[in-house]
Design a binder for this molecule. Structure first.
Ligand SMILES: [Zn+2]
Length: 538
């Protein structure tokens, strides 16, 4: 992340502001409130982008200089900023600024939404929509090709699945992509092109998302940047001060794009980027691009599963380890977890030495059978869990009662000593850590079903998934309020440790601070990305 090295001032390295600060004085003091994790303190002083001190306000007055901003908490709580360990920034940005059908609960509503959207796209142009999940629709099915053709006769359509692992296409899209031409070859063995009983394409394709993206008209840089500004602001409003992009499609091209976005100030959070397993050969190039922009490679993202060759995954895992790169395995299903653990165990056994101390990460850990817990422990693996899935995608799991005991484990993993961090996986669930934290406590789905109650976490552990533990995973000097750590902080209207899950779920974030700089203040939406933002004394 941006200033993981001690010598870099991170986002607070704003020479105009820091140079004028009198030595020994604070840039900013948040005073007279609750300091999360420190019952004896009521104020926090920040200098040079880092936490200088915390304590009683009376004890910090010596740090007040003529240019120190004073921010009165007035009983509010200052907490560590949230670190989202796994999201898909560009996809989330596209979803946040584009056409989303996430709120539709049945096929008719979904088609109506798409029909409405065609009014905004000239005939013949691609319509890109996001957020369909057949398991969450009333009919328990996605739209048919005929329904999509009827709703969108004039535009080719790509409707992405909520999980980002599949897409629905209408006939215009199928024709443009050549999927029905005699010489069409699927881009990889993992591609699934669904056909009906007569052998005709249904419009649903899976496992070829990167290929589809490469075939659609490219997004201009200007468009990518304006989307990024909107998404970064959304994240700031949710209290996110750092995140890792875990997109398997990422190659050095995407790392280059992130580098440009970070340099342009379009992303105000600290940022780490994974690259996809297929692009492991260009890891050095991606690393150079990242470093030049002050961002970091977060490791390699693997997608195990049907059609994947175990030897290939194991081999690539070994290569990533040799380079000192963390290996992050997507694993929502038992089979995926099995492939991931096998690859990690093989790489560990064959390791002839690796740079640094690369880690194994299980992303999601949707279903973890009891026998695999010891294997995770032996590998000192991390599980990056998504408690938000319980809330936002609950009905999908409630229909598979056999899996419930192993579903998005949290407490049992913690008890077994497994490293556990949290993530929203946005845009798969909303980029709101507080909602995920609430779900980790309540284990309640949005329709009131309790799923795996025994896996519920106490509030401090739930908050820790997105703060102290996430910082440890990202090797980021943040995630807690301690002198010397990065001043990545949020101000909340109430003390989260005193709230129940429903109150946490609905709590807004008042102020978000990255590297000592206020990037968001509730009610001032333009602040996040403004270069000229000045702190308003409250
Ligand atoms: Zn993901």
């Amino acid at each position: 992340m941006k200033s993981i090295r001690r010598d870099s001032g991170g986002l607070a390295a704003d020479p105009a502001k820091t140079a004028s600060i009198a030595p020994g004085k604070a840039d900013l003091i948040l005073h007279e409130g609750i300091v999360l994790g420190h019952p004896g303190s009521d104020s926090v002083a920040i200098a040079g982008g880092r936490i200088a001190a915390h304590g009683k306000f009376s004890g910090l007055k010596a740090l007040v200089g003529p240019r120190t901003f004073m921010l009165k908490l007035a009983g509010r709580t200052v907490a560590p900023g949230f670190i989202d360990s796994h999201l898909h920034f560009l996809e989330a940005a596209a979803a946040a600024t584009g056409i989303s059908v996430q709120r539709c609960h049945n096929v008719a509503d979904l088609l109506a939404e798409l029909r409405l959207a065609t009014g905004r796209v000239p005939p013949g142009n691609w319509l890109r929509a996001f957020g369909c999940d057949e398991t969450l629709l009333f009919e328990r099915r996605g739209p048919t090709r005929a329904e999509l053709d009827e709703a969108l006769p004039k535009n080719p359509l790509r409707l992405r699945h909520q999980t980002l692992h599949a897409s629905w296409l209408n006939s215009r899209a199928i024709t443009l992509l050549g999927l029905e031409s005699a010489d069409f070859k699927p881009p990889s063995s993992a591609a699934i092109i669904q056909r009906d009983g007569n052998g005709r394409l249904t419009g649903l394709v899976a496992g070829m998302e990167a290929w589809l993206t490469s075939r659609l008209p490219p997004v201009t840089h200007a468009e990518a940047e304006s989307r990024a500004r909107v998404m970064s602001r959304e994240l700031a409003a949710a209290g996110v001060t750092a995140f890792t992009d875990a997109t398997a499609r990422n190659s050095s091209a995407e790392v280059g794009l992130f580098a440009k976005l970070a340099q342009a100030g379009a992303i105000c959070q600290r940022l780490k980027v994974m690259i996809g397993e297929r692009h492991i050969g260009s890891a050095d190039e991606a690393d150079a691009l990242a470093q030049a922009a002050g961002i970091e490679l977060a490791g390699v993202k693997f997608i195990p599963g049907q059609g994947r060759d175990q030897n290939e995954i194991s081999h690539h895992t070994g290569l990533a380890m040799e380079r000192g790169l963390d290996c992050a395995f997507h694993a929502t299903e038992v089979e995926e977890l099995e492939q991931a653990l096998t690859a990690a165990e093989a790489a560990r056994a064959n390791a002839s030495g690796s740079r640094g101390n690369p880690r194994f990460r299980i992303e999601h850990g949707g279903v973890i059978p009891p026998d695999d817990i010891a294997r995770l422990a032996a590998l000192q693996a991390w599980v990056v869990t998504n408690p938000g899935f319980i809330h936002f995608r609950g009905p999908k799991y409630a229909s598979e009662p056999g899996l419930l005991a192993h579903l998005y484990r949290a407490r049992s993993l913690k008890t077994a000593g497994i490293n556990l961090a949290g993530a929203t996986d946005a845009p798969v669930t909303p980029a709101r850590p507080l909602a995920a934290i609430a779900a980790a406590i309540s284990r309640a789905s949005f329709d009131g079903e309790l799923l795996g109650r025994e896996e519920a976490l106490p509030v401090a552990d739930a908050v820790g998934l997105f703060t102290v533990e996430a910082a440890r995973l990202a090797r980021l000097e943040a995630g807690a309020i301690e002198p010397g750590l990065l001043a990545d902080l949020i101000v909340l209207p109430r003390d989260p440790y005193q709230l129940n899950a429903a109150e946490l779920m609905n709590m807004i974030v008042d102020i978000t601070i990255v590297g000592g700089r206020v990037v968001y203040e509730h009610g001032r939406p333009a602040l996040a990305n403004s270069d000229t933002a000045e702190l308003r004394n409250v």
